[in-house]
Design a protein around this ligand. Sequence first.
Ligand code: ZN
Length: 139
Amino acid sequence: MRDDCTFCQMIAGNEAYVSVYEDDRALAIMDMYPINPGHMLVLPKEHVADFYTLEPDLYSHVMDLSRELAGVLDYIYEPEKMGLLIAGFDIEHCHVHLVPMHNFHDITSKKILEGQRGNPSRLDLQDRASEIRDVVDSG
Ligand SMILES: [Zn+2]
């Protein structure tokens, strides 16, 4: 746990977030500034800066969870493609972006550079998280 890390502070309960899924090793949350509706982040609870330094078991767990949730997002949002991106320029705690893509540019920097990322209400994010959880829970 790092005091200067936004995700560590969320996991410690000191910062608000909208949870989709949580277990003892990983967390899936709604992105607060989604590229498209359904944009989600999957992250290990342990503070690790880069995905390639994750322990293999934890890496597999995070990626298996990402694959499962990508399928749920595909079912709900019916995008052209499901985008997966790990970068970490914003927060240095490794996290997987899952982005329902309706356009080639949805996972490039175009939307960020042109200020087109969303800024939905917390209620809207909670509704989307609830919808995703319902599909996860139904197996
Ligand atoms: Zn952290």
